[in-house]
Design a protein around this ligand. Sequence first.
Ligand SMILES: Nc1ncnc2c1ncn2[C@@H]1O[C@H](COP(=O)(O)OP(=O)(O)OP(=O)(O)O)[C@@H](O)[C@H]1O
Ligand SMILES: [Mg+2]
Length: 277
Amino acid sequence: MTPLLAVNNLKVSYPTRTGVVEAVRGVSFSLQKERLAIVGESGSGKSQTGRAIMGLTPKHGVVTADTLDFNGIDLLKASDKERRQLRGKRIAMVLQDPKYSLDPVMTIGRQICETLRTHESISRSEARDRALAMLEAVQIRDPKRVFDLHPHEVSGGMGQRAMIAMMLIAGPELLIADEPTSALDVTVQLDVLRIMDRLVSERGMGLIFVSHDLRLVSSFCDRVLVMYAGKVVEELKASELKNAQHPYTRGLLNCMPQIGESRHPLPVLDRKPEWAA
Ligand SMILES: Nc1ncnc2c1ncn2[C@@H]1O[C@H](COP(=O)(O)OP(=O)(O)OP(=O)(O)O)[C@@H](O)[C@H]1O
Ligand SMILES: [Mg+2]
C-alpha cells in the first residue's frame, strides 16, 4: 500500500554568514492514516520538518530529499501552483503560533470562509454556515459573535481554535499540527484532541502531531518519532514510549514530574555530544 506520506532522507539547511545551519539532517519516515507524534527538544527540527512537507520553508532555506511523496505526488517536483493547491485543501498545517498565522485585519469568520471558497465553489451563505459549524465543532461557544471578531480581539486559546477550524474546514487528508494545544488549558486541549482524533478515525486523515508533551503523546498517538539535533534518534509505538532505549528519550522520560512525588534536586538532562553525531 502506498503510504499517505513518504519521507526519505529529508534535509533542510540555511546558509548564513557564519556557515550553514543544518536544521533537519536526514529525516525518514512514512505515514499511513494514523496519528504520528514528533517529539524532541526546542530546536531539534520538528517545525522545520513540518514546514518542508507543507512547502513553507523560507526562500533562503534549501530542502532536499531522496523521497518526499504525498499520495504518490512528488512534492519536490511540484510547481508552486500545485503546491498552493495542495496546501489548505489536501495538506494543512496548524502553525505553532496562531498570532502569526491569522490575518490581523480580517475577521475570523471571513478568513475561514475564504479558505473554504478558494477550494470549493460554494455560495457565500453556505460558506458562512459551514464556518459557523466548524467554529462550534472546535468548542467555540458563541460562534456567531466570534465569526465577526478580529484575531486580536480573542484570547490566545480561542485564536488557536479558530486556526484549527480554518485548517480543518476543507477536510485535509494530512494535517500537520505543530504544538496545536500548547496555548490551551487542559479541558479545551482535550476537546481539540478529540476533534482531531475523530478526523483520523472517521475520515481517515493522517496526522503529524508535534509536541513537547510526552505524556500526552503516549496516550493520544499511535507512533512516536523522537528528534534530536535535526535527526530521528528513535521511532517507537506510543504505547511503548516508557520502554524507550535511546539515552535522550530516557532522559526526557526521567525529567517528567510525577504527582505526589517530590524530587530535590530536579533532574537535569545530561546531553552527550555523540547523540548529535
Ligand atoms: N530561517 C532560519 N534560518 C536559520 N536557521 C533556522 C531558520 N529557521 C529555523 N532555523 C534553525 O532550525 C533549527 C530547528 O528549528 P525548528 O523550528 O524546527 O525547531 P523545533 O524543534 O520546532 O523547536 P521548538 O520546539 O522550539 O518549536 C533551529 O536550530 C533553528 O535555529
Ligand atoms: Mg517548533
